[in-house]
Design a binder for this molecule. Structure first.
Ligand SMILES: Nc1ncnc2c1ncn2[C@@H]1O[C@H](COP(=O)(O)OP(=O)(O)OP(=O)(O)O)[C@@H](O)[C@H]1O
Length: 332
């Protein structure tokens, strides 16, 4: 992709014998959102932490490339990384306390970045802080500038964290499960907020979630991760219409639908331990369609199955009845 803001190629991340991220590639372009989905432990957070240079290395060993503004973040010095993080990348996380400083006022947290990285005066930065608070839907922003994080509700803290992440007009926003701890109403407000801010400033967004429902509300393109590998990648509509990997189909069936009284089909088992990844397909021991012995001994390649649709499985199938029956039969 030529207009990629972030371009990740063949990223690998290991800690000791744990192979946590395995040959992951994706890119995200200006104004668009890439969703990364997978169950807990599938490697979502470590993929973006490795791609943005936010892991301690050593002990983590990171290889591959992750390019923003022509700079490869893999292996970049701490000083250079800090500059790029401050100026070009905003981060929002599930827990705002990991990014908000409890002993600094909201004003200081919002003005620090623009003063340091954009060379703004204190007065201009304060004006910008007020604009940002208003943009993220904080009522009466002027009265909030002197507040400390603990004086705000959970939803408000989340909004302030987004304002801080956007303070330097980042080209890229990394959103790691930012709405998981919130109630459904606040969750959809935050999703809509990021979408509207994105339309205004045109940034690229990488949004991580274990919930395909959330991803379908924010992303145009989706990477499905399992065992630290990309097992499927497609546009959001294509993925919902034509999911090909048995794991993606399982994730889709595990989604509760409004008003449904049917029992939730969960995928039996859990993701593999990165210290003991299977020799063949990483989904082998949970796959209801596995073919013995090929799937057990041979690692499937990530293959193109259409324009912009990639899948890593010898059992990829669009036969939805077949997979439904297989999932029903495998339910414990
Ligand atoms: N420092 C580490 N050393 C060894 N293994 C680690 C380390 N950090 C994470 N892991 C392992 O890497 C795997 C992927 O973790 P990661 O946090 O990226 O998953 P995730 O998909 O983001 O899950 P969650 O939604 O729970 O955060 C897990 O098996 C985890 O136990």
């Amino acid at each position: 992709m030529t207009d990629a803001v972030l371009d990740v190629r063949n990223l690998n991340l290991s800690v000791g014998r744990a192979n946590i991220v395995n040959d992951v590639s994706f890119s995200v372009s200006q104004g668009s959102t890439l969703g990364i989905v997978g169950e807990s432990g599938s490697g979502k957070s470590m993929t973006v932490l490795g791609a943005t240079g936010l892991v301690d290395s050593p002990p983590a060993v990171v290889t591959g490339t992750s390019t923003i503004d022509g700079a490869n973040l893999v292996g970049l010095s701490r000083a250079k990384l800090q500059k790029i993080h401050g100026r070009r990348i905003g981060f929002i996380f599930q827990d705002p306390s990991t990014s908000l400083n409890p002993v600094l006022t909201i004003e200081r947290q919002l003005t620090e970045g623009p003063e340091t990285h954009l060379g703004m005066t204190r007065r201009a930065a304060k004006r910008k802080a007020l604009d940002l608070l208003e943009a993220v839907g904080i009522p009466d922003p002027g009265s909030r500038l002197g507040a400390y994080p603990h004086q705000l509700s959970g939803g408000m803290k989340q909004r302030v964290m987004i304002a801080v992440a956007l303070a330097c007009d980042p080209a890229l926003l990394i959103a790691d499960e930012p709405t998981t701890a919130l109630d459904v109403t606040t969750q959809s407000q935050i999703m809509a907020l990021v979408r509207s801010l994105q339309e205004r400033v045109g940034m690229a967004v990488v949004w991580i979630s274990h919930d395909l429902g959330v991803i379908s509300g924010v992303a145009e393109e989706v990477v499905v991760l399992y065992g630290g590998q990309v097992v499927e990648q497609a546009g959001i509509l294509e993925l919902f219409r034509n999911p090909l990997h048995p794991y993606t189909q399982g994730l889709l069936q595990a989604r509760p639908t409004l008003g449904s009284t049917a029992e939730l089909v969960v995928i039996p088992g859990s993701p593999p331990d990165p210290k003991h990844l299977p020799e063949g397909c990483v989904f082998f021991d949970r796959c209801p369609l596995r073919l013995d012995p090929r799937c057990e001994t041979e690692r499937p390649p990530l293959a193109a199955v259409g324009a912009d649709h990639l899948v890593r499985s010898f059992c990829a199938t669009s036969g939805s009845d077949r997979i439904s029956n297989a999932w029903e039969a495998s339910r414990v």
